[in-house]
Design a protein around this ligand. Structure first.
Ligand SMILES: [Zn+2]
Length: 422
């Protein structure tokens, strides 16, 4: 029952498609197509013949499988979970993603020799990283099945890195599979040329009931807590689990949802903006502190402390360069963590004004934040549907502005003023 796809919540269609692909991939390995014109790597032609055809014909082992995939969906819908599960199914020695064989197990724990996972830590994935990856992915799979490259947040590829990847996708080595994860297939997220070479697996935002069910079943969380957390997390599975388990995450959310009450004047609006930014900074700093320190210690150990002999001066210059590189990487990661923390806060805040809006409209929809529903109800009376909508839009505009590289403090201050004025 709990095979590798068990953790994909509320994604029945995507799971069915991935199971079919894994089965045809396994069939391909068992009975390679007797090399036609394109040779054994002509997965593309095989796949294209069957595009739009949901069921693989049993006679054709290539149907349903192709070498480049894009998993799309809103944050938290499980893009990377889906990509990893599919990778495990491809490496499964039984070809089904059983979840218990060495192929499945090592893929899911990140130790399979033929599966590489790229998780960008900074704001973008650079060209050097991508070239090195593409090169390694071209080698024959050591386990005899597939070489797999999973790229999380493929929307954060630099243009040059995207081009390096495109070359590999255009002329794929016979046993190499690329699994990309991105919010959407919009050209802002994925270049049109890469998109045209990939099969898309759209994931949807899982319904709160499905998220609650998995929290209860897998994490042993009490049903009432699971239901509240699933609704509050708005379909984000990881976020729901954190809210259910981590008191600090709950406190941060409480502080964000206190914002609407605190906006009593211009001064209060600026104070609220500062508080929100500083909370995001503190949360981000805490989340990267441990790994930053571990990296620094490891590098210092590797470089060796001190040294006075000949050549020590040159070695020190090299060491200084490496330390500088490390600091640059860490700074980039910290920026990313801050933006992610701030974005989570903005999503919570948007949920509040969305609740006010549905109440003003008397829409028969469950509130996102059950614990602040009465406050949202009071807002709905005061602001009416129009005022609630304007406030919701102010929060969404702030998210868009930060995404477009407006300085977070400036965007948040503008939002708070708009929320206060209405
Ligand atoms: Zn397996």
């Amino acid at each position: 029952m709990t095979d590798v796809f068990g953790d994909l919540v509320g994604q029945d269609e995507a799971v069915a498609a991935l199971r079919r692909a894994a089965a045809s991939a396994a069939a391909l390995l068992r009975a390679p197509v007797p090399a036609p014109a394109g040779g054994p790597d002509d997965l593309d032609a095989l796949a294209e013949e069957h595009d739009g055809d949901p069921g693989p014909a049993p006679a054709d082992p290539g149907a349903g499988m192709t070498h480049a995939w894009i998993f799309t969906g809103p944050p938290g819908s499980g893009r990377s979970v889906a990509a990893r599960a599919f990778a495990a199914a491809l490496e499964c020695v039984h070809g089904t993603g059983c979840g218990s064989c060495p192929g499945c197990h090592t893929t899911l724990t990140g130790t399979h020799a033929d599966v590489r996972l790229v998780v960008p830590e900074g704001l973008s994935i650079g060209v050097n990283e991508m070239r090195a990856l593409v090169l390694r992915a071209a080698s024959a799979p050591s386990g005899g099945r597939w070489q797999i490259v999973i790229i999380e947040d493929a929307d954060r590829l630099t243009e040059a890195a995207g081009n390096a990847l495109l070359k590999a996708i255009e002329e794929p080595p016979p046993r190499t599979v690329f699994l990309l994860c991105a919010p959407s297939t919009h050209p802002d997220d994925i270049s049109v040329t890469i998109r045209s070479r990939c099969r898309v697996v759209p994931l949807r935002q899982p319904p709160p009931a499905a998220v609650a069910e998995v929290l209860v079943r897998r994490d042993g969380i009490a049903p009432d807590v699971a239901e509240w957390a699933a609704a509050a997390a708005q379909g984000h599975v990881g976020r729901a689990r954190r809210l259910a388990r981590d008191p600090e995450a709950r406190q941060r959310r409480d502080a964000v949802l206190a914002v609407p009450r605190r906006l009593t004047g211009v001064g209060a609006a600026f104070d609220a903006a500062s508080a929100l930014i500083e909370a995001a900074e503190a949360e981000a700093a805490a989340s990267v502190a441990e790994i930053d320190e571990a990296e620094r210690t490891a590098l210092q150990t590797a470089l060796g402390a001190g040294g006075t002999g000949r050549g020590a001066a040159g070695a020190m210059r090299g060491a200084a360069g490496q330390l500088k590189d490390l600091e640059k990487r860490q700074k980039s990661r910290a920026t990313r963590a801050q933006r992610d923390a701030l974005d989570r806060a903005l999503v919570d805040l948007a949920g509040f004004y969305r609740d006010a809006l549905i109440m003003a409209l008397r829409a028969p929809v469950a509130p996102v934040h059950t614990d602040t529903a009465s406050l949202a109800g009071a807002g709905a009376q005061k602001w009416d549907a129009e005022g609630s909508l304007r406030r919701l839009e102010a929060v969404l505009e702030c998210r868009a502005a930060i995404e477009a590289n407006v300085k977070p403090r400036i965007a948040v201050e503008a939002m708070m003023l708009a929320l206060w004025r209405g």
